[in-house]
Design a protein around this ligand. Structure first.
Ligand SMILES: C[S@@+](CC[C@H](N)C(=O)[O-])C[C@H]1O[C@@H](n2cnc3c(N)ncnc32)[C@H](O)[C@@H]1O
Length: 309
């Protein structure tokens, strides 16, 4: 079972209320969704997205008792600008994006998300479409693989790993990839994280175009949030968090004139107000209970009236 991360914080920040409407862009195991529906009882509405058909059927089952207040959409939250209005969600009071993957996905060795399990090298959130991680490692040019490892894993030895991958082709299992990465990275007692962590992170981001979807989802939230509505994003690595932080900073600027200009002429009205001045992290108690929450970082912003740039 996936334990929802920063659960109390999400409910406290989103302040779900009866009569409100909400979007959960990443419904996963339905933990946060359940909390939003309970807090907005008796007639709050939720539109729940997930790219993974299995997550959708799991969440549907779990949320059966409030079934008539939740609508499920098997699609990327990156598409919500066009999809949400089709389901009658044009202006919503809160949007949640809990990025990354659920424990169910991580523990399923057929999905290939975990370097600790032996399985097929897939890594797609939606297994019905798109290229798998095996397609990428077996078909891309060495330089393209190195670029993925460098950009999405921020790996210093990206070229070396890419070279080793290309000479070991075909690579079809997680075990094969993990062993190769360990062999190439050498042994270091100083290392804080397993070298395969970054390779898996990089491939997963590339397979699912995760940063591109996040950019689209953030932009969509500006159009979909009603005035005073809240946007809450939980990210799990620095590339995502950087994007979220910069987005909130950019959209809450009151002036975008060049710094050397003495008087403001830009007439900018910000779309957002940052609610969390600093990133919110799980408490020690939460990390003890749920070690997977340790890298979670939450940022929240509120939609302002009449924003434009
Ligand atoms: C961390 S889990 C969400 C857990 C959920 N908040 C809960 O309480 O159970 C992340 C989920 O997001 C989904 N996901 C990842 N990228 C997505 C995207 N671009 N659009 C929709 N869902 C996505 C994954 O399939 C996964 O089920």
């Amino acid at each position: 079972m996936h334990i929802p991360v920063l659960y109390q914080e999400i409910i406290a920040y989103l302040q779900p209320r009866s009569g409100g409407s909400y979007i959960d862009g990443t419904v996963g195991g339905g933990g946060h969704a359940k909390g939003i529906l309970q807090a907005s009882d008796p007639d709050g509405l939720l539109l729940a997205f997930d790219r993974d058909p299995e997550a959708i059927s799991f969440a549907r089952e779990r949320l059966q008792e409030v079934g008539d207040r939740v609508t499920f959409v098997q699609a990327s939250y990156g598409e919500m600008a066009t999809l949400a209005p089709e389901y009658g969600f044009e202006q919503v009071d809160g949007i949640l994006l809990d990025l990354g993957l659920s424990s169910r996905q991580l523990e399923d060795n057929e999905r290939g998300f975990s370097f600790m399990q032996s399985g097929s090298l897939d890594m797609r959130f939606d297994q019905t479409r798109g290229n798998t991680a095996a397609d990428l490692v077996n078909q891309l040019q060495e330089a393209e693989i190195a670029e993925i490892l460098w950009r999405y894993g921020e790996m210093k030895n990206s070229r070396r790993i890419a070279r080793a991958i290309v000479s070991a082709r075909p690579i079809n299992s997680t075990q094969q990839l993990t062993e190769l990465v360990l062999r190439e990275s050498g042994r270091s007692t100083k290392r804080r994280i397993h070298p395969a962590t970054l390779v898996y992170q990089a491939l997963r981001i590339a397979v699912n175009n995760e940063l591109g979807e996040l950019e689209k989802g953030l932009a969509a939230s500006l159009a979909l949030l009603a005035t005073d509505g809240y946007l809450a994003i939980i990210s799990f690595h620095s590339l995502e968090d950087r994007l979220v932080k910069q987005f909130i900073r950019q959209q809450s600027k009151e002036c975008v004139c060049p710094p050397e200009q003495p008087i403001c002429t830009c007439d900018t009205r910000p779309y957002l107000r940052a609610i969390t001045r600093k990133v919110v992290r799980p408490s020690v108690a939460e990390i003890t209970l749920n070690p997977r929450s340790r890298s979670a970082r939450l940022r929240v912003a509120q939609k302002l009236a009449g924003g434009h740039a």
